[in-house]
Structure formats: C-alpha cells, structure tokens
Design a protein around this ligand. Structure first.
Ligand code: ADP
Ligand code: MG
Length: 692
C-alpha cells in the first residue's frame, strides 16, 4: 500500500515538478548555458516556456541559387566543391559551393579549418541558410546560420529567437523542442465555465500551440487567451488568498461611537462628500467587526482622504485603542499632526515623532506610548522601528504608500498584532484592470467624487524659451495675492543635478522677485524645511522653488499656481499629482507645464489628456493606453508581477473575467488545492509558501 501511495505521490509531483527543475536537467545544457540563461532571469524549465520565437525561417521551401534574392534570409541546398584556407591572418576561410543552377561562396570569419571541413564536407548535399550577399559577381553567404545534413530537420520550420549572448538559435530550438516533447500533462485547474471561454483548450496543448512558429502574433486565439488568463488568474488568486488569510484573523471589535463622530463632523468647515461618508462607513464597519481590517482607501489627489482616516482613528481611540499614523515624509506627518490637533483639540493625546526629535523627547514619547498615554502618534516609518512599543495598538494608518508591494504590506499587517486594523491610503488612481493585480490583497474603498468647491485647474504647456510670458503671468498672480509653486526638473535622477538646477532657478527668480522666493530641495535641513513650508503657509513669501519633494500629500490652500519645468520627465499620473498641490482653495488655479523643445505628436496627445481632464482615474487609464502599463506609475519598483503574455490594455476582458472568477471562488468557498500547480508554477513568491 505504501508503495502505491508513494508511486502515486511521485507521479503527481513529477507532473509539474519537471517544469520547476533546474536547467541542467535538460539534455545538452551544461553549466555554461545555464549561467547565461540565469543572467536573463531564466532559472528553470518553466521560465524557458516564455522564451517565444520572434519569427521563423521556413526551411521546407529551399530556393535554387539562380532564384536567390540578395539581402534576404534564404535557405538553399548546395554541394560544397572546393575549400580555400588562406594562411594570412584576418582573411576569411571560403568554401565554393554549387547546385545545378549556379554557384555560391560560403565565407567564414574567425573560424578553424577543421570546423569548416566538418560542417561543409565536400561533395555532400548540405542545407544552409542566411542572408544572401553578392560580391565580385558571385553570390555569397557569410557565416551560414544553420547547417544540417539531417533532412528531417530541414523540412521543419526553424524558430528564430532574440538571442542571449552566447546562446545560438540552434540551442534554443533544441532545448525548447525538448521541453515541449517532455511537457507533463497537468490536471485541469479551471472550472468548465472558464474553460469553455477558451474552447476547452488544455494548458499543455496551449503551450504547444504557443511555440508553433505559425502562431506568432495570434493573440486572439484560444491558446494565447487561456495562457494569458492563467497568468492573470494566478496573481489574483494569490492576492485573494492573502486577503482571505488576513481577514480570518479574529480581533477584538471596536465600538464606533457615532455621537462622538458627529461632534467632530459638526466642527468641520465643510460637510463630507457622499463618497467620504460611504468610505468612512466601510471603514467603521471593519473596525466594529471581529475580523482584522486590511483596507485601501483610494482617492484622487485632493479628494479628502485625511479627514476620513482621522475620523476612523478617532473612533478607534474612543474604543480604547491607540493609533499609529505613518506618512512618507516628515513634512506630511507634521501637517497631519497639526490637522489632528486642530480637529480634536484637547480631547485626545496626540504626538509627533520625528527624526529631529531630541533624544530625551523621543525617549519620553516611547515611554508614553508603552504606557498608553498617547492616543495617536504621527511620524514616518520611524514609528515602526523595533524599539517602539505600543500598549494597545488598534489601528495603523499609512498615507501615500502606493509603492509598497504585496510583500511589504503583508509584513506590515502582521506588525500591529492581531487586534490591529490596517488602513492604507493612496492618491494614485490606477486603471480599473490593474486594481486586482496591485491591490487584490486588500479590501478597497474608493473616493471618486471631489469636494464640490473644487474648481478645475487650468493647464497650459509652454516652451522654455517663452519663460518671459510665464514671469509676466506670475507677476500678475502675485499682485492679486496668490502664491506659486515652481517645480524644478528632475535630471536623470541625480540628486546633485536636481539640486543645482533648483538653486539656479531660485537665483534667477530671486533677481526678478527679490525677497519673495524661497528654495526647498533634497539637501535642505529638516528644520529649515519646516520653517520654509510654515512661512509659505503663512504667506511670508510668494514663490516656492523646489524639487519634487512637494509631490506627496502636502496641503497649501493659498497656492494656486504651479509651474512644472521639463514636464516631459514626468509621467501623466505624476504630473496630475503635482498639479494637485494647487486648486485646493476656492480661487481659480493654474498649472503651467514647461518643455525644452516642441512636443512630439505622442507627447502632445498625452499632455492633452491632462489639459482636458482633472480625474486621476481617467488620466491613468488614458496614460496606460498610450504608454503601456509597465511604468505608468513607477510601479516597476514595487515588485509588481511582470506578466509574460497578459497585457492590461489588450486583455482587459481577461482581467475582468479573472476578477469575476475569483469573486465566485470566494463566494462558493471553493477548495483551492486544485490550483496548487498553477500557483507553484506562476507565482514563486515567498508569500505563497503559507498558502499552497
Ligand atoms: P487627499 O485625498 O489628497 O489626501 P486631503 O485629505 O489632503 O486630500 O484634503 C485636501 C483638502 O480638502 C484639505 O484641505 C481638506 O481639509 C479639504 N477637504 C476635505 N474634505 C472636504 C470636503 N468634503 N469639502 C471641502 N474640503 C474638503
Ligand atoms: Mg493625502
């Protein structure tokens, strides 16, 4: 019996384990090739499945010499007639060849005589291919690409690949054919309903089709769609499992005191928008449930997320818990801190921990946190350092951390302990199809509607040579009591250069507007920074020249003009973020995008999207359509999964289908063990170790 079980286990396992084996398991692949492939992030057999042919040479249709076309890749069957091995360095070896219709010379540079003799033996019929040249009245073929006496191979179509240094097409063809031949038959993981959408094609068959040269570019065919779907689905499934796992964690529920919440609401100078109310309700429901919250509050820049999160914090505190509020920069942490102090006056204990806090002060804060004498603490990532202990942490709020990847978030959710809810916030709207890809591990609350008082920001583009017009405009704005942000270009991510260009601009503007300009850059001392921003808020000067540090979150109601230099260095979503620094008050506001040279058609198209819309969600969708999704939002750094086949633009239907199927699986509480091979093959992140 044991033997049978063991046998069963082995075969089952070997099913997909073969695909996860090391490359050296392949015949004809040694350490050298393995290392070359590893450099290309091809680490196992499965990875090689996505090395797809770029094109192919059809060797079945051999051409006769008299019909050769110069400059084209062609295949001919010839008989080598005569060698010529010059004994002079740098002169190539030559083999004169012929068929019944004419003659051609095969030329070999840097080759050994033995090699040439071996692959082009005299008087034997050989098939070769390559780009046909013409030299001294004769056809010529330099370094023929593929040479074989084996006529069965000649009949085959031969795939061409984009080549990794040191690995020839011949090797790629050989090893990929080998894998296709040994492909294990995997048990189907999809439901019939899903399979029917792809003509019931099985994973193995789809892989075989994928590698057929005549299928290159057949993105609409069932095999391609199914494989793209597998890719999307596995990502979503892993995310869904993480979410389920977190939500299963039982916690002490919080008691949301609506009367106290209303008192704060009545104190506000504005009423919440419908979406703010709705999202607050969603968060409150999570707080009062017995399941741990892991929620993302997504809302365009200026949509008013802070107040929603602070109300959630207030409710948590009133239920007897502490709250940690983390911001990406000290400046933003301080702004939130000040807002909270104003909002809650003396009702709760509020603290700010900053890198600049004095040691004694810091020690005092840490002590108070551990003694439960602080209700809410604001700070940067410093508030999650090892030596920081909370007596009774009930909620972690994290602002503007869209660049956190799934792994980072998961670690974070573990941090506060089981009774601690987690709320993340982001002002980076993303295209609908990417939501599950990027945020599928969290529950989502979205604020779409902006406060009614907001006016659209007028957006213009301007050539740098027309800077005088811009100066004229600024003079007028300053006269009417307005303030200006001047964002300096990002030059090749070099802090030094960013710095010097900001300094130069400051000097230039300071000559025109003496005593009305201040400068903020990456090297500005933290204390100075706070003073400068505070002075800007108090209208002590009118123009703030800065690098992009003003990008995230900070709120300046009096500033209503933003100039962005070298605007083509930014993505649309980033420009939209920057632009969102203005237009928060009730005045008209303006954004001027400056460019070094005339815009290309594509750049114009992109900028027009910004000019026409103030809706971050729409902008991200359009930007993705033009630029592709890879780097629209700087998600590349966030460890976002790189899809090999799936594309959020062309396969948006598949993304939505995958989302629907995930929801169904969640609803029906399907056993996901049948997806194990899928997850193991497609998502080898550490995170799945606890799942599959
Ligand atoms: P973001 O969503 O970008 O973080 P903030 O929370 O910083 O936006 O809000 C931007 C500004 O809008 C703040 O000054 C805030 O007080 C104000 N605000 C928030 N909600 C409303 C509202 N419903 N009506 C008017 N102003 C609001
Ligand atoms: Mg914010």
């Amino acid at each position: 019996v044991i033997n049978i079980i063991y046998y069963h286990f082995m075969t089952n396992k070997s099913n997909y384990e073969y695909l996860l084996s090391d490359l050296t398991k392949l015949k004809g692949v040694g350490a050298k090739t393995t290392n070359l492939l590893k450099k290309k992030k091809i680490n196992n057999i499965f990875d090689l499945l996505w090395k797809l042919p770029k094109s192919y040479t059809d060797r079945s249709r051999s051409t006769k010499i008299k019909d050769l076309k110069i400059g084209e890749n062609q295949t001919i069957t010839i008989i080598p007639q005569k060698y010529s091995f010059p004994r002079v360095r740098n002169l190539p070896n030559k083999v004169s060849c012929a068929d019944e219709t004419g003659e051609i010379d095969c030329i070999f540079f840097n080759s050994y005589e033995g090699y040439v003799r071996k692959i082009l033996p005299l008087k034997k019929e050989i098939t070769i291919s390559g780009k046909i040249g013409f030299f001294r009245n004769k056809y010529q073929l330099t370094n023929p690409k593929y040479i074989s006496e084996d006529s069965s191979l000649i009949k085959q179509k031969h795939n061409t690949y984009s080549l990794t240094d040191g690995i020839s097409e011949k090797i790629y063809n050989k090893i990929i054919n080998q894998i296709i031949k040994n492909l294990p038959t995997l048990n189907e993981w999809h439901s019939d309903n899903i399979l029917n959408k792809f003509g019931k094609i099985k994973w193995n068959d789809a892989i075989v089709e994928l590698h057929k040269p005549e299928n290159i570019g057949n993105y609409k065919k069932n095999f391609y769609q199914r494989l793209a779907f597998d890719e999307i689905f596995s990502t979503f499934l892993v995310n869904s499992e993480i979410r389920k796992k977190i939500k299963k964690i039982k916690k002490k529920s919080k008691l949301v005191d609506k009367a106290k919440q209303d008192k704060i609401l009545n104190k506000l100078e504005f009423t919440l928008t419908k979406d703010q109310f709705k999202t607050l309700e969603e968060i409150n429901n999570d707080l009062s449930s017995t399941n741990k919250m892991f929620r993302l509050l997504q809302g365009d820049v200026g949509s008013g997320k802070t107040i929603v999160s602070l109300l959630a914090a207030y409710n948590t505190i009133n239920s007897g818990f502490q709250v940690a509020f983390m911001a990406p920069t000290e400046i933003l942490a301080r702004q939130h801190f000040n807002f909270a102090k104003k909002l809650f006056s003396n009702q709760i204990n509020i603290e700010l921990i900053s890198g600049k806090s004095e040691y004694k002060n810091k020690k005092e804060i840490l002590k108070k946190l551990a003694d439960n004498q602080i209700d809410i603490i604001f700070g940067t990532h410093a508030i999650f350092q090892k030596k920081v202990f909370f007596k009774n942490l009930g909620l972690i709020i994290i602002d503007e951390q869209h660049k956190f990847g799934v792994n980072q978030r998961k670690r974070l959710s573990d941090k506060g302990g089981k009774d601690c809810d987690v709320l993340l916030m982001t002002a980076t709207p993303i295209p609908r199809t990417l939501t599950m890809t990027l945020y599928g591990d969290m529950d989502l609350s979205i604020i779409r509607e902006k406060p009614k008082s907001r006016k659209p920001i007028k957006t213009y583009s301007k050539l740098e040579s027309k800077i005088d017009d811009v100066i004229k405009f600024i003079k007028k704005e300053i006269k009417s009591g307005n303030q200006i942000f001047w964002v300096c270009p990002l030059i090749e991510e070099s802090k030094k250069l960013d710095h010097s260009s900001a300094v130069k601009k400051f000097e230039y503007l300071n000559k025109i507007f003496p005593n009305q300009v201040s400068l903020l850059h990456g090297k500005t001392d933290l204390e100075d920074k706070e003073v400068i921003l505070d002075n800007f808020l108090k209208k002590k000067f009118q123009i703030l020249v800065s690098t992009t540090i003003i990008e995230v979150g900070i709120d300046f109601p009096n500033a209503n003009v933003i100039i962005i230099e070298n605007a083509n260095k930014f993505g649309l979503s980033q420009l939209h973020q920057l632009r969102g620094r203005v237009g928060r008050g009730d005045k008209d506001s303006t954004c001027i995008l400056m460019f070094k040279s005339n815009l290309s058609e594509n750049a114009k198209k992109r900028i027009n999207i910004l000019k026409e819309s103030n809706d971050g969600f729409y902008i991200s969708e359009e930007d993705m359509k033009i630029r592709g999704f890879g780097d629209i939002l700087g998600f590349k750094q966030s460890g976002i999964k790189n899809f090999k086949l799936a594309d959020p633009i062309h396969n948006s239907d598949l993304f939505l289908l995958a989302e629907k199927e995930i929801r169904r699986i969640e609803m029906d509480n399907d056993n996901i063990s049948k997806f194990k091979p899928l997850i193991k093959l497609y998502d080898r992140a550490d995170i799945i170790n606890d799942i599959a």
